[in-house]
Design a protein around this ligand. Structure first.
Ligand code: PLP
Length: 367
């Protein structure tokens, strides 16, 4: 019996007829780009996040890019972000000609170290991007205070955290603008790429809406040079169906996380995920840390159990960011995480017997 890191076919089988109906309706009207399904989905996500505006775009990466563009970030500007995140948190900054300033993370929750961020603020700093890694929100109270004090934008990369909360406030409702991804393996995933920018700021929302359609308003009259970055009706139709299930799925993920905690805490040198006090973790990933990571991963793989490393190399050490002068040792906690983290299967439909086999296999490794 193989156990993959994620099995989307189970999720789709459980809601197949709902999905089929939604997809058939889109073929019925054949309005494939933006359209009614997208408007509906934007309203539903805005309500879910507790904000006023949501603008669907082509991917989570584009959500970050268009959000930063809408904030006016460009050449000469510095943007502070954690070095331990997915690539596009940083590439969105460099694509606009701005400079990424890489910060270290906390060793507990793997999110941005606010003290390190504070120490890196200069006269050129325009924004801080908080990434809510693995489904747990960064320290938003401290980041909000810091960004207000220095007059900086606070951007949330919530690609892994739709439905997570911090002190009762939802992801994307704490900063000035939030960015979501609907990549198929995210907690709310489409059947292709998709993303969304959510905000309470009407100017940011209008600007992103202009940017996603070539900067034209009305059509063929271009006020600025924008992008082709729109959400498809088919994605929105599927996502509308799935959104209704998201809370149940998050609860299932949390139940799996509790079971992993219960049986893995104290095994070998394993560190189970830390829960920050104010954050309600929705476990996009269940990520352990161990000095024996590569051997453990090999042992799991030999037993037919999938696992993943998010992420094996910090961004300040990526070849393509060489020009920014990052060195080994700049962000020691992030660099250690790259060597030690391992994400285990935690998809909602994972069965109890599968999870106990995963746990037994891990315990056996440490015997
Ligand atoms: C997935 C992800 C993105 C990018 O989203 P895409 O939809 O794949 O472009 C950005 N940031 C983080 C933290 C992510 O996990």
């Amino acid at each position: 019996m193989r156990i993959p890191i994620i099995d989307l076919s189970r999720q789709h089988a459980a809601i197949a007829s709902e999905l089929r109906g939604a997809i058939d309706r889109v073929f019925g009207h054949s309005h494939f780009i933006l359209g009614q399904e997208v408007v509906e989905f934007e309203k539903a996500v805005a309500a879910k996040c507790g904000v006023e505006y949501a603008v669907g775009v082509a991917s989570g990466s584009d959500a970050i890019l268009l959000a930063l563009h809408a904030l006016g970030i460009g050449r000469g500007d510095e943007v502070i972000l954690p070095t331990f995140t997915f690539f596009s948190t940083a590439s969105s900054v460099t694509r606009l000609g701005a400079m990424p300033i890489f910060c270290d993370i906390n060793s507990g929750d793997y999110n941005i170290d606010v003290a390190d961020a504070a120490s890196k603020i200069t006269a050129r700093t325009r924004a801080i991007i908080a990434v809510h890694l693995y489904g747990q929100m960064a320290d938003m109270a401290a980041l909000r205070e810091l960004t207000l004090e220095h007059g900086l934008w606070l951007v949330e990369d919530a690609a892994q955290a739709i439905g997570a909360h911090y002190d009762g406030v939802g992801a994307c409702a704490c900063g000035d603008v939030g960015c979501l991804s609907f990549f198929p393996t995210k907690n709310l995933g489409g059947v292709g790429d998709g993303g969304m920018v959510v905000t309470d700021n009407d100017e940011i929302a209008e600007s992103v809406a202009l940017l996603r359609a070539h900067g034209a308003n009305p059509k063929y009259f271009h006020r600025i040079v924008g992008y082709n970055s729109r959400l498809d009706a088919l994605q929105a139709a599927v996502l509308n169906v799935k959104l209704a299930h998201l809370e149940d799925w998050s609860r299932q993920r949390q139940a799996h996380a509790r079971e992993y905690d219960r049986r893995l805490d104290g095994v070998g040198d394993i560190r189970v995920p830390t829960r920050a006090l104010a954050a309600d973790h929705i476990f996009h990933q269940y990520t352990i840390a161990t000095a024996k990571r590569d051997a453990l991963r090999g042992h799991l793989s030999a037993a037919g159990i999938g696992s993943e490393i998010y992420y094996p190399r910090a961004l300040h050490l990526q070849e393509c960011f060489h020009e920014f002068g990052g060195r080994v040792g700049d962000c020691p906690r992030a660099e250690r995480a790259c060597e030690q983290v391992l994400s285990l299967p935690i998809f909602p439909e994972m069965m109890a017997d599968e999870q106990s086999r995963i746990i037994d296999t891990i315990i056996q490794f440490y015997r």
